[in-house]
Design a protein around this ligand. Structure first.
Ligand code: PGA
Length: 234
């Protein structure tokens, strides 16, 4: 089975960047990996139009509500309507800056699943929680609703201290934490859930991380903005 690479552009793009990236992206980009591109919501349609159909378009968040008086929000139904395949949910930056809580995240995932939007659920500990990783991740995994399974959700393990910092978790610790995540998931009857790694992935570490048996792919922030480097991985 192909591993998955997700380019998380965060809030770092504009029309010219997107069009240039599409032009420079290697042909046959999903030959070795499945490849998702996650853009700010205003560019999702442009991405769907510009990129090869083999590439899946991914939002960075979605509303927990179906529809209604929620000014500023975007529902999974809206995402589906404009050709989006997937969404990130619970990214540490959304938890932090948008004040998203476990209960919101549980509702968001339920809503995404209901509307056939594949969830990339992000979890991870911060520096102060390193000694209680299992407890922290277990509480975050508790937000995954019962209707989730491997066909509608994958987990992205992103240690918060590694995001955008250049500090990468060691191969041993990534493998160890993935096994912890697997065990927690199995207790919740979540079998065969894919686990991705994210946090300062670069050209030097990506191949070793991809070799980890428990890892099904990478969620890449900073490096995903560099088309030449992405082309090297794909
Ligand atoms: P980074 O971001 O690769 O820049 O550390 C990863 C992420 O936040 O998804």
């Amino acid at each position: 089975m192909k591993k998955l690479i997700i380019a998380n552009w965060k809030m770092n793009c504009d029309t010219i960047f997107l069009q240039d990236y599409a032009k420079k992206l290697k042909s046959n980009p999903c030959e070795k990996f499945d490849f998702f591109i996650s853009t700010p919501s205003i560019y999702l349609q442009l991405a769907a139009k510009n990129f090869d159909k083999s590439i899946k378009i991914c939002a960075q968040d979605c509303s927990e509500f179906e529809n209604g008086a929620y000014t500023g929000q975007i529902s999974p139904k809206n995402l589906k309507d404009v050709g989006v395949f997937s969404t990130l949910i619970g990214h540490s930056e959304a938890r932090k800056y948008l004040n998203q809580k476990d209960e919101n995240l549980n509702n968001k995932i339920k809503n995404a699943i209901k509307n056939n939007i594949f969830t990339i659920y992000c979890i991870g500990e911060d520096l102060s929680q390193i000694d209680k990783v299992e407890e922290v991740l277990s509480a975050q995994i508790d937000s995954i609703p019962n209707e989730a399974n491997e066909s509608n959700l994958a987990i992205a393990y992103e240690p918060i201290w590694a995001i955008g910092t250049g500090k990468v978790a060691t191969i041993e610790s990534i493998a160890k934490v993935c096994n912890i995540i697997k065990k927690i998931c199995e207790k919740k009857s979540l079998k065969n859930i894919k686990i991705l790694y994210g946090g300062s992935v670069n050209l030097e570490n990506c191949y070793d991380i991809l070799k980890i048996k428990e890892i099904s792919g990478l969620l890449i922030g900073g490096m995903s903005l560099k088309i030449e480097e992405i082309n090297q991985i794909l």
